[in-house]
Design a protein around this ligand. Structure first.
Ligand SMILES: Cc1cc2nc3c(=O)[nH]c(=O)nc-3n(C[C@H](O)[C@H](O)[C@H](O)COP(=O)(O)OP(=O)(O)OC[C@H]3O[C@@H](n4cnc5c(N)ncnc54)[C@H](O)[C@@H]3O)c2cc1C
Length: 500
């Protein structure tokens, strides 16, 4: 079988390789850099993203990659030396009850990449550094900078905001493009805690000569985000000023970056798919960009795996564009509204203000959106609330399955285990039999669990491998109906027994 080629070994490209490998699909990743990037870049990871890592067995490794602090507080100070340390207090991590996972700090991308690279290799991916993808055709022919030309079964363009894959396919983009000033992310080593005392995770530095944000990125590393462009000497001066005391430091590197809002008009061309920033770049307020990119990869991986092994037809792959392009439009709009008015994001009480402009509450943006495509039967695209995630995870077709503990340490989400799964109501033992006849795993839920996740007592919900609800029924058990629903959703050529 021809390999899946992934252009770009950034965080989303490596995650795509992990997710494909998790579904038994090996991939070839080509990354033009010679090694992983040492820069922390984006750091905010949502509970939904942590759920995805949990699913593929990386929950613990990603948790260990977090930069934690008992002082989660954000401080405002002229310089790091002038932080009012008497005001720093511990902020315990409060478990988020709508997910089995609660972010416990922040997750620098270089820490994530260090988890994802070996995980991808362990799952069968070959990752080559120092190789640029120079051309791609819609038929899957890939040209590389070292002269090789490969015929790939499928190609995933994970090559970032200036995607070569996207331009080779002639896919136009929409959106304003670069929207912010140039920021320089200066990464440096210093023992600030030893020299200055406790440090919060984030400090807004107010000194006029170094105004910006100072972030703790673990292991005595710090990232100072200031306006650029800057020369090397200017970077050194900014760091010295932002520290505000005679503390030795060593600059590791400085990356200029501009917030960008741009979206590809199509996420699929023939056998080629765009994920991450190659598909769409989102302005940073809200930390939606990386989370959205990882959700692209998660959506695509199970579909590609199913089509490759003949358990689904090509039309299922069209739903990648249908679902993720619609989500991208939605999330981009949410980010745009926040860019114009940050209080829509940060002010939890600004419910009326959000409603007036169509902004959703922030956890709703990453965890409450729904899919409406041919991979969902009778989708209910609008959630009942744009503010209350708990009300919106109601078991409706197209919505994400709601987390609820079914026994200690086991979430409803864990029951799905990356396969099509039928969750039956407490009075619907017959649906478990129907699922077995259709070759599907099934689980009968206790009454309290079924009520919370929206499974009818005598009915069932069919959950996709990515834990979105594909179909809900209150009718009596019928294996033939279930098979027809699966045939319709997966567009499978003939009844395929494997439904993983
Ligand atoms: C310098 C920088 C700073 C950032 N800072 C922030 C921030 O502070 N906050 C925030 O929210 N977001 C930030 N971002 C954005 C965030 O990092 C992205 O949203 C996220 O990385 C998307 O991941 P990706 O894998 O899709 O793309 P990328 O991280 O851009 O990865 C793409 C990868 O593809 C490789 N590549 C490109 N072209 C080719 C090719 N033709 N062949 C082979 N390989 C190729 C690149 O070398 C790169 O490793 C920053 C991005 C950068 C680049």
């Amino acid at each position: 079988m021809l390999p899946v080629v992934i252009a770009g070994g950034g965080t989303v490209g490596l995650a795509t390789a992990v997710f494909l490998g998790h579904h038994g699909v090996p991939s070839l990743v080509f990354e033009r850099r010679h090694a992983l990037s040492a820069h922390p870049r984006a750091m905010g990871i949502s509970p939904r993203t942590l759920e995805i890592f949990r699913e593929v067995g990386l929950g613990e490794a990603v948790a260990n990659a977090a930069v934690r602090s008992t002082l989660m507080l954000r401080a405002d100070a002229r310089t790091a030396a002038e932080i009012d340390r008497t005001a720093l207090r511990a902020e315990p991590v409060v478990p988020f009850d709508l997910s089995p996972e609660t972010p416990a700090g922040h997750y620098p991308q270089d820490h994530l990449d260090a988890v994802l690279l070996p995980a991808a290799r362990e799952r069968g991916a070959v990752v080559e550094f120092g190789v640029t993808v120079t051309d791609v055709t819609p038929g899957g022919r890939v040209s590389l900078s070292d002269g090789r030309v490969l015929d790939a079964g499928y190609v995933v363009g994970a090559d970032g905001v200036h995607s070569r894959v996207r331009s080779a396919l002639g896919i136009p983009t929409t959106g304003p493009g670069e929207i912010g000033d140039t920021t320089v992310n200066i990464l440096f080593h210093a023992d600030l805690v030893d020299a200055l005392g406790p440090m919060p995770v984030m400090t807004a530095i107010g000194h006029p000569d170094a105004a910006g944000v100072l972030l703790s990125v673990g292991d005595n590393r710090w990232a100072l985000h200031v306006r650029g462009p800057l020369t090397d000497e200017e970077c050194t001066a900014k760091v010295r000023t932002a520290i505000g005391a005679d503390v030795p430091f060593e600059i590791v590197g400085a990356l200029p970056w501009r917030a960008t809002a741009r979206m590809a008009e199509r996420f699929r061309a023939g056998s080629v798919f765009l994920v991450g920033d190659a598909a769409r770049a989102i302005s940073p307020l809200g930390a939606f960009g990386l989370n959205t990119g990882l959700a692209d990869a998660h959506n695509l991986a199970w579909k590609l795996a199913a089509v490759r092994r003949g358990a689904a037809g090509d039309r299922l792959l069209d739903t990648y564009h249908d679902e993720r392009h619609a989500v991208s439009r939605f999330v981009s709009r949410q980010a745009e509204l926040r860019w114009a008015d940050p209080s829509l994001h940060w002010d939890t009480t600004a419910v009326a203000e959000r409603a007036a402009v169509g902004a959703w509450e922030r956890t709703m943006v990453v965890m409450g959106y729904r899919y409406d495509s041919s991979a969902v039967v009778d989708a209910v695209p609008e959630p009942p609330s744009t503010e209350d995630l708990s009300a919106s995870l109601d078991g409706a077709p197209g919505s994400p399955l709601r987390h609820h503990w079914v026994r200690p340490g086991v979430s409803t989400l864990d029951l799905v285990a990356s396969r099509w799964t039928l969750l039956a109501g407490p009075d619907a033992a017959g649906w478990c039999g129907a699922a077995a006849a259709a070759g599907l795993p099934a689980e009968r839920l206790a009454a309290d669990v079924a009520r919370v996740v929206g499974v009818p007592p005598a009915g069932a919900v069919l959950v996709r491998p990515d834990r979105f609800i594909a179909w809900r029924t209150a009718e009596r058990p019928d294996a033939d109906v279930l098979v027809r629903v699966l045939d319709r959703i997966t567009d499978r050529p003939a009844r395929a027994l494997s439904t993983r």
